[in-house]
Design a protein around this ligand. Structure first.
Ligand code: DGL
Length: 260
């Protein structure tokens, strides 16, 4: 079984891509419904919440843990990897994909990249290291959109979100940008609104790359399920307990299916 963790329903967007790439595995999706959104919590609180989820996964004997939450990754992943033997695969904003996408040879022609994420992700040293490693400090603009986490949790994907996102895009000189990176798994639900408001920009999230990375790691460790042996199953856990509201998860999954 593979454990997939998010503060809430954002990580379902990554789970969906993981299942597309690894359709013969058993999954346990842990949403920390009691504590979402993490962006308003302290780092110490987030470490405590994530630890509870990790202990749950360990009690279920999972073979790998996926942190499908950029915010939790930025706060906890190094500590978790230093303590645990189990593979921890973590999402991070797809800045590299956006940098590679722009093939301009001259710096002056490089388009800017708008990275939308939670404030915790954007101010983390891990994110800064990522930007520095890509030599992208001059072209990355950070935009914190914490309201999108709340709107996604409330299943509000309509007018309010559209107004919030359009007010955000009004703050930048859009002609200077080539792409938007959705650096929070909750934001993928709003991809159609970003496309509608900024059709000239490419939009990236970390889902495809993270799922591919998980597949590679499991392959290298010889941990992939064999087709004949296993079939897909997904369990949904909310803050340590099996969900009492499966219909809610199914509504999100139906929405993700419409995105692809
Ligand atoms: N899905 C989380 C992320 O990718 C949302 C964080 C939150 O709960 O505020 O960052």
């Amino acid at each position: 079984m593979i454990g997939v963790f998010d503060s809430g329903i954002g990580g379902l967007t990554l789970l969906h891509e993981i299942i597309r790439q690894l359709p013969n595995e058993q999954y346990c999706y842990y949403a920390d419904t009691e504590n979402v959104p993490y962006s308003t919590k302290s780092e110490e609180e987030i470490k405590g919440f994530v630890e509870k989820a990790i202990q749950y996964f360990l009690s279920r004997n999972v073979k790998a843990i996926v942190l499908a939450c950029n915010t939790a990754t930025n706060v906890c992943v190094e500590d978790l990897r230093s303590r645990l033997e189990i593979p921890i695969i973590a999402i991070q904003p797809a800045v590299k994909v956006a940098v590679d996408h722009d093939t301009s040879e001259l710096d002056a022609q490089r388009k800017k990249i708008l990275v939308c994420a939670t404030p915790i992700t954007l101010r983390s040293s891990r994110f800064q290291r990522l930007v520095d490693s890509l030599n992208a400090d001059g072209i990355v603009e950070r935009m914190a959109l914490p309201e999108l986490v709340k709107l996604a949790e409330r299943e509000e994907f309509g007018e309010e979100a559209e107004i919030y996102i359009s007010q955000t895009l009004e703050q930048i000189d859009i002609a200077a940008f080539g792409s938007i990176v959705l650096g929070c798994t909750h934001f993928t639900y709003f991809e159609p609104i970003f496309y509608q408001l900024a059709p000239q920009l490419s939009i990236f999230d970390g889902n495809e790359g993270t799922a591919r990375h998980l597949k590679n790691i499991l392959g290298k460790l010889n941990l992939l399920s064999q087709k004949t042996e296993n079939k897909l199953s997904v369990e949904y856990i909310e803050s340590g307990k099996p969900t009492q509201n499966l219909a809610r998860f199914e509504r999100y999954i139906a929405r993700i299916e419409q995105l692809t």
